[in-house]
Design a protein. Structure first.
Length: 495
């Protein structure tokens, strides 16, 4: 009988080899499997990283876009909604082309661009660029007014506030001031002293200068709305060529010069973007109106020059220059040459030429004789300082100061000339020293004692004098207020 054969041996994992040992043995025998696994793992890792980077980049772009949109919205939100009712567009400022017929834009367009920084200003003549702009080196060239408006003589500080209050109470709803219709705002009786309506543009500019001169701008808590509406009105009456107001009569250029000075100071004070383009267009029109190689008179390039108009133009252009606006250096050169041509060896400046005295309307010559005023000499002195001439070095300014001391301000018949007192105060303050002390004493006595202290006329001055009937009570009150702001409005340039 045969013996049954033994069953085949059965290997158990519990004996000598585990599952891992078997797997390792198989991978050793088949290295291509490991290579394939590693290769595919690397491919999957690269694809995942690429997709993750794309998603992160996309997320960063979305965040950046959101931030940019948010910044744009914030930039627009900071603009006063009451002032910004026009569409803001990005466009280059075009040079104005003069036309024979005035064309008025229904609504002004503004350039939305970054304000000029200090590095963009022209500081080649540092001292001259300080006039009318506060202390040198300050972040805001017009900033001293707000900080120092309480540093003048105590009585003058109160008189300025009274004057500004009266002007604010007699401003029209559209932001303007009315030479002959201001009495419609009177609450206690009627203020007397109507002016001529053709000077509405000019007196509006003067009133605005009185507020700006005391450091108030469109954002001020006090008088801010007065300034805002006044400046807004100017933008609405600026025509396509940059001229402010209607071109009625030959004297409209005065109104434009005064309003240009106000708009330039508004831009320099606040750097509010909506003021820059109207200010620059106003400056461009001043350049277009200037006689080639010379200065200004009535109208546009009339071929004649006079000291009075030229004085306002120099003030406007200098304030525009220090505020960072584009100003032709030829304008300053032409003004200097003209002033030299009309100033005699004794320091007296003429009107159209040397030896021609101050101007008076024919019917006012006897009432206010020209020999009692030195207004043109005062205008010339002020313009020279704005053009960079040091009163301590200029013989014309020193001799002019001596002449002004022979005709000190005095509120008496035949001698009242507010226009003269305004420019004389600006000039003598820059001269300083004993001449300024004498002038300042006389100026305060003449002005402060004549300001109304009660009734609806409280804070104002009667429009008497050589030009009172033309400008009216708005004119007289704005000019006298500006005189009393001299202590901080324009700092002394040459110590």
């Amino acid at each position: 009988m045969s013996t049954p054969s033994s069953p085949p041996a059965v290997h158990s994992t519990s004996s000598h080899e585990s599952f891992n040992d078997v797997l390792a043995e198989q991978l050793r025998k088949s290295p291509w499997i490991l290579t394939s696994v590693l290769f595919h793992a690397a491919i999957l890792s690269m694809v995942w990283n690429l997709e993750f980077s794309r998603r992160v980049l996309s997320k960063e772009q979305i965040i950046q876009a959101q931030l940019e949109v948010k910044e744009e919205v914030v930039a627009l939100d900071v603009l006063d909604p009451d002032l910004v009712d026009e569409e803001i567009v990005e466009e280059e400022i075009e040079e104005p082309v003069l036309e024979s017929v005035k064309s008025v834009e229904p609504e002004p367009e503004f350039v939305d661009e970054e304000p000029a920084g200090e590095s963009e200003l022209d500081w080649e003549n540092r001292a001259p660029d300080v006039i009318g702009v506060g202390s040198p080196g300050g972040p805001n060239p017009f900033g001293n007014r707000r900080r120092e408006r309480d540093k003048g003589p105590r009585r003058a500080v109160g008189a300025v506030d009274w004057g500004l209050t009266w002007l604010a109470e007699h401003q029209n709803a559209d932001g303007s001031w009315d030479s002959d219709g201001f009495e419609s705002h009177c609450d206690e009786g009627l203020c007397t002293g109507k002016g001529h309506p053709t000077y509405d543009t000019g007196v509006t500019g003067l009133a605005l200068l009185a507020f700006l001169g005391a450091g108030y701008d469109h954002s001020s808590k006090k008088y801010g709305n007065v300034v805002k509406e006044g400046l807004r009105y100017l933008t609405r009456i600026q025509d396509a060529e940059g001229c402010f107001g209607d071109r009625l009569g030959e004297n409209y250029i005065y109104g434009h010069a005064i309003c240009s000075l106000a708009m330039a100071e508004a831009w320099g004070t606040s750097k509010f973007l909506l003021f820059k383009r109207p200010a620059q267009r106003a400056v461009d029109f001043i350049e277009q109106a200037r006689n080639p190689y010379a200065a200004w008179r009535y109208g546009v390039r009339s071929g004649e020059n006079d000291t009075s108009v030229t004085g306002w133009m120099v003030m406007a252009l200098k304030s525009a220059k220090v505020a960072g606006l584009r100003v032709s250096p030829d304008a300053f050169k032409g003004a200097r040459n003209f002033l030299d041509s009309v100033t005699d060896e004794g320091g007296a400046a003429g009107y159209l030429k040397r030896g021609s005295g101050s101007v008076r309307l024919p019917e006012k010559v006897e009432e206010f004789p020209p020999q009692y005023t030195r207004s043109l000499t005062a205008v010339g002195m002020t313009a020279r300082v704005f053009l960079g001439q040091d009163p301590n070095q200029s013989e014309s300014i020193q001799r002019g100061a001596d002449l002004l001391l022979t005709a000190l301000p005095e509120w008496s018949s035949q001698k009242i000339d507010m226009y003269y007192w305004y420019y004389g105060t600006l000039a003598m303050y820059q001269v300083g020293g004993d001449p300024w002390r004498k002038w300042n004493t006389a100026m305060q006595k003449a002005i402060l004692d004549q300001q109304y202290s009660q009734g609806c006329e409280k804070g104002s001055w009667d429009p008497v004098g050589a030009w009172g009937e033309e400008g009216g009570r708005i004119y007289s009150t704005a000019l006298m207020t500006l005189c009393l702001e001299v202590y901080y409005r324009y700092p002394k340039v040459f110590k």
